[in-house]
Design a binder for this molecule. Sequence first.
Ligand code: GCO
Length: 488
Amino acid sequence: MPGPVLDRRLLLQLGGAAGLLAACTPAAPGPAPSATAAPSWSPPAQPMAFPAGFVWGAATSAFQVEGSTTADGRGPSIWDTFAARPGTIRDGSTGDPAADHYRLWESDLDLIKDLGLPAYRFSVAWPRIQPTGSGRVNQAGVDFYRRLVDGLLTRGIHPAITLYHWDLPQPLQDAGGWAVRDTAERFGEYAAIVFDALRDVDATWLTINEPKTTAFVGYRWGSHAPGISDVDQAAAAVHHQLLGHGRAVSAFRAGGGAGGIGIALNLIPVYPVDRGADPASVRVDAVENRLFLDPVLLGTYPDDAIGREAGQLPADRDAFEALVQDGDLDAISAPLDHLAIQYYGVTGVDDAGNQVPIYPTSAATWQQVHPEGLYDLLMDLLIDYPDAPPLVITENGIPDPTPEGSTDDPERREFLRAHLQQAARAIGDGVQLTGYYAWSLLDNFEWAEGMTQRWGLVRVDFDTQERTPKASAQWYSSVVRANAVAPS
Ligand code: GCO
């Protein structure tokens, strides 16, 4: 890997750093990032074609779109609790009604069909399936996802199903959340329930969405649920989420379900701003990328991620190692059918291991936009993890430039175009990339930003819940139809 740094959402926490990034938009030209020292690439004059069978889709997650947080026996999740706490969400919004998808799911599936998208990624809300996170199954919750999946299948749309997109049942948090090992075991049991209910469905299964964001933003910086600021709990949350992933993979294999399974990792190329920053950027890469990739793909933890040197996660290393029991890494590294990558951008790193803006940001100040970073990332994975399973990009996108948004969104179209070109380029250079899901299908609840950032291909009027495809959605449809991305 070129060398990754702080999680994108860390910037939300580092008030000063976020302000700095905002002030630097677009970033002042700095020293040439080492990984892109080669002359910049230009797309060919002809459309770039994707392989036959390439899977195109758009993504959402349960808490961000569903609303109806108390309907049909759903239990409370950590995001309900967190959002209800004053000052946690920029506009004071909660997960209700969000995009009201729990009630509008049928017309939303029609919309996906109308846009000609062959695949849809959504997540299952654990507290709808097990309201207390363990034990009793809530059949009404199971039935909702059965209807959703059947609705997709009857429309000829492939389901990509995430088991955990951050909405931990609150009772499990009360018992320690991801900082304790039991939560991994509970997750394995929950996964088995969902597999059992949907075992006939040929789906792209994803276990945990972005364990890094939960660990670092939820447990280290406290700006996401559960709102904890404790670096040792953050490190524990890394291991226990990965262990939960391993338990879910094992449940999937034991149940003999159709489809394939993988994990969704948000990865971020980090470019040292100069040679002096090389050592810190290697450590930051360890924290941001290899701390997740190595255990899943190689069955080992990197030895340079945790410690007190510049760029490292400053947790107690002995305490972390004591959490890793015999057999854990075997479970975590069980073979996968696909590895899901979520790519939003890159960051620079200085010699002190700090995140430094080197590219322009989007309206999300953590997002330094650099499409060639996607190519760098995919090629680095090919080189560093030659035995990795096929890759699928399960998130990539950009918010509207203003909170009000507009259905005329040329920025999103050009963002998607540039990233798809880099994806096609990487495929041409040997990367086995099998699919791409834009984030997001709908404008939705953007976590601590509430409803103030609109990431959808489809605009949602949050007063009326009316959906209107943005220009980028129409453009994306044409790419999907052509299975190719044109130069302009
Ligand atoms: C994620 C995210 C999405 C965000 C998106 C924009 O998995 O990172 O799950 O939920 O909305 O990344 O920040």
